[in-house]
Design a protein around this ligand. Structure first.
Ligand SMILES: [Fe+2]
Length: 273
């Protein structure tokens, strides 16, 4: 898996999880929404605003195996979710050659796409510290923390053929890839090298994903103006990235100095939760 990821920017692992596990994970994700999708968890930035349209529903929340210095919600008593997180942490630890600490948080997200779903425009996953909306409905990221890897598990999918799930684009070569997305399949991709999108799907699909925001997350700056002093950056097509910025410290600073204003703006737009 490591060499495939290094060479091709992604690894596709077919049929990792069985149907019974997928159904349990689906139930537990629904349980997480019932337990934690509340204004106060969004206010403290442990749960993120849900994206709800008639054809696509998306939830995202921060979880960790042990206590974290940053906001999380509890997944206690949900064994499939616990197993999914430890699978993610094991994969990430193996690929980075270092054990993932229990305090490190991952964003858990799960999405249901119905027939003719609204497409997901191309993006990097991450904590968007500064982003601006574009006229075309997309957005431009100016500063963010990018997880090194994203792990996507397909829970169910009635689509067939090409482009049946996540589509990856190698920002270095422009090459586009659309690995299969069958129930139980796992897709792991390099979230710094690859941008991803999801096209309009003709038939229903459900997925769950994890990515670490804290452990070896990369600092992204669109221009020099957003670079952190003292850190070394390398140029990539969209901007600059650094692997020696303390992601937890940057996140804490964001919560202290910028989050309240971002949240106020969300509320002003009517996005209470
Ligand atoms: Fe994404």
């Amino acid at each position: 898996m490591g060499s495939q990821l290094r060479e091709e920017g992604h690894a596709y692992l077919p049929g990792v999880f069985e149907t019974s596990f997928l159904r349990a994970l689906e139930r537990e994700c629904d349980e997480m929404a019932a337990r934690h999708y509340r204004v106060e968890n969004i206010d403290r930035h442990a749960a993120y605003l849900s994206d709800n349209t008639a054809t696509r529903t998306s939830h995202a929340m921060m979880i960790s195996a042990g206590p974290s210095p940053l906001p999380t919600v509890s997944h206690q008593g949900l064994p499939a979710l616990e197993q999914f997180l430890s699978f993610h942490d094991a994969v990430l630890g193996m690929l980075l050659g270092q054990e993932v600490p229990a305090w490190s948080r991952s964003m858990l997200n799960w999405q249901t796409y119905l027939s003719g779903s609204k497409p997901v425009t191309e993006h990097f996953d991450g904590e968007y510290l500064d982003y601006r909306k574009d006229a075309d409905g997309g957005f431009t990221l100016h500063e963010g923390l990018l997880p090194r890897l994203v792990l996507v598990l397909t829970l169910s999918n009635e689509n067939e053929g090409e482009r049946q799930g996540t589509v990856l684009r190698d920002t270095g070569t422009g090459r586009e890839l659309s690995p299969p997305s069958r129930p139980g399949d796992v897709l792991v991709f390099d979230n710094v090298r690859m941008r991803h999108s999801v096209p309009t799907l003709e038939k229903p699909r459900r997925m769950a994903g994890l990515r670490s925001f804290d452990f070896k997350a990369v600092h992204f700056a669109r221009t020099q103006a957003s670079c952190r002093p003292g850190a070394a950056y390398r140029q990539m097509p969209e901007g600059l990235v650094s692997e020696d910025v303390d992601a937890v410290a940057v996140h804490q600073e964001f919560l202290r100095e910028r989050w309240a204003k971002v949240r106020e703006a969300q509320k002003a737009e009517g996005a209470l939760f």
